[in-house]
Design a protein around this ligand. Structure first.
Ligand code: PLP
Length: 435
């Protein structure tokens, strides 16, 4: 049933706050995508969150599928996280000295994860990746990094690089302020292209320190790679004595406790995590075998540090979160719930012959206005289809559903989304698709 466009929600207070924030911050925000440049309207200022709901400054309520861009796998304001954080805060908030809480979170991770023997906590995913790259370079004594077009690894200079022209070229910077000489150390190739990576290894023999890939690329749509391709990456890195880095800042503890590495059955040399391990507080982490990690200062010559690294309050949030995730059946329930949700949306769209696909893995989903059955490289995405996402985004906000404000961003289901909310969200999505 075509119910037509709904009237826009009131944004009076958000608009006022935005006018003010523009006087303080570039674009009025502290991270660019928040500025709503790819969708209709101006940013919503969020006042509170509880479970799967958020409320904005005008009192509008939304079922939230952004989840702070992934960390909130238990939903907003989770009681167990809040209680643990509150308890730890009673003893002070930062010491810049070791605490038992770091051991506790490390133990939860290392004892339940086959891919890391030693780890280092950082304060963001960007820092984790930046450090992993330095470690790979220090360990191999090589300078070049190979990354894939369409993968995002945070805003570190070496990785703010997009594909150059031609099949195997050095990248070009994708941000002002990144020296050309830095970008020249980064090779960018398309995903899902075995020939391109073979050519890169042939052209830059014994120069590539590491290949870095998002465990499952989820920052430019959800670009799911074939298992065979990921195994191929493992093999070609081993043959060339290059390290394979899995950036699992999104997929780590999201598609399962051991992330995409377990999903594909591939052992990366270095893994980075972020988002979920901090339970909504700023935490990142990188880890590897004890041998590789022995290169990190003060054991080895690769320097890496942080005033707030291993911050006790952030560790507390991580401990409370991972304790829940480590319980039997957690991922089965969450993933089944998500898969039922997306399958019924796909059935609805297919039955109506809409050019619309939901790509999904675990509790991650991505709405794509396409008729392609597979999207496996950045080039497979039709930029023009983002106009349709804009309309959908507006219509969903007007129906109480919050998606990240860009058609290239994925959505996340949390343990706090119940059948009731998922049904409500589905109905809103059906209406928006019918428009
Ligand atoms: N790596 C991946 C795969 C990410 O998705 C992100 C952020 O979205 C980062 C790294 C950077 O993490 P942060 O934003 O915490 O610096």
């Amino acid at each position: 049933v075509n119910t037509g466009s709904k009237p826009d929600i009131s944004r009076v207070k958000s608009a006022e706050l935005y006018e003010k924030s523009k006087t303080y911050f570039p674009g009025g925000v502290n991270s660019p995508v928040r500025a709503f440049k790819s969708v209709y309207g101006t940013p919503l200022f969020i006042e509170k969150g509880d479970g799967c709901y958020i409320w904005d400054a005008d009192g509008n309520q939304f079922i939230d599928f952004c989840g702070s861009w992934g960390p909130l796998i238990l939903g907003h304001n989770n009681t167990k996280i809040r209680e643990k954080v509150t308890e730890v805060m009673q003893n002070g908030m930062s010491f810049g000295a070791p605490t038992a809480l770091e051991n506790e979170l490390a133990e939860l991770i290392i004892k339940n994860n086959r891919f890391v023997e030693k780890i280092r906590f950082t304060s963001s995913g960007t820092e984790a990746v930046m450090s992993a790259i330095r470690l790979a370079r220090g360990f191999t004594g090589r300078d070049k990094i190979l990354k894939f077009e369409g993968c995002y690894h945070g805003h570190t200079d070496a990785l703010l690089v997009k594909a150059g022209s031609g099949l195997v070229t050095f990248g070009e910077t994708s941000s002002a302020g990144v020296p050309k000489s830095f970008a020249e150390e980064t090779i960018v190739i398309p995903l899902n292209d075995k020939v391109a990576i073979e050519q890169a290894f042939a052209q830059f023999k014994d120069q590539i320190a590491a290949v870095i890939i998002e465990g499952i690329p989820a920052n430019n749509g959800l670009i799911i790679q074939d298992e065979d391709y990921i195994h191929f990456l493992r093999k070609i890195c081993t043959e060339n004595n290059s390290l394979l880095i899995f950036d699992e800042v999104i997929t780590g503890f999201r598609v399962g406790f051991e992330g995409a590495a377990a999903h594909y059955g591939v052992k990366p040399d270095i893994v980075t995590y972020g988002k979920i391990i901090g339970g909504g507080l700023p935490v990142g982490m990188y880890g590897a075998s004890a041998e590789i990690m022995s290169n990190i200062s003060p054991d080895g010559g690769v320097y890496q540090a942080g005033t707030l690294s291993g911050n006790p309050v952030a560790m507390a949030a991580g401990i409370a979160t991972l304790t829940e995730l480590n319980k039997s059946g957690f991922y089965k329930d969450l993933n089944n719930k998500t898969q039922d949700f997306v399958a019924s949306i796909q059935r609805f769209a297919t039955a109506r012959n809409y050019k619309f696909k939901v790509f999904t893995v675990g509790s991650i989903f991505w709405f794509a206005f396409t008729d392609k059955d597979k999207i496996q490289s950045a080039d497979d995405i039709d930029a023009g289809s983002m106009e349709k996402f804009k309309i959908m985004h507006r219509e969903l906000l007007n129906r109480g559903i919050y998606l990240g404000p860009s058609g290239y961003e994925v959505g996340f289901v949390s343990a706090a989304h119940t059948k009731v909310e998922l049904e409500k969200a589905k109905r809103a999505i059906f209406e928006a698709l019918d428009l």
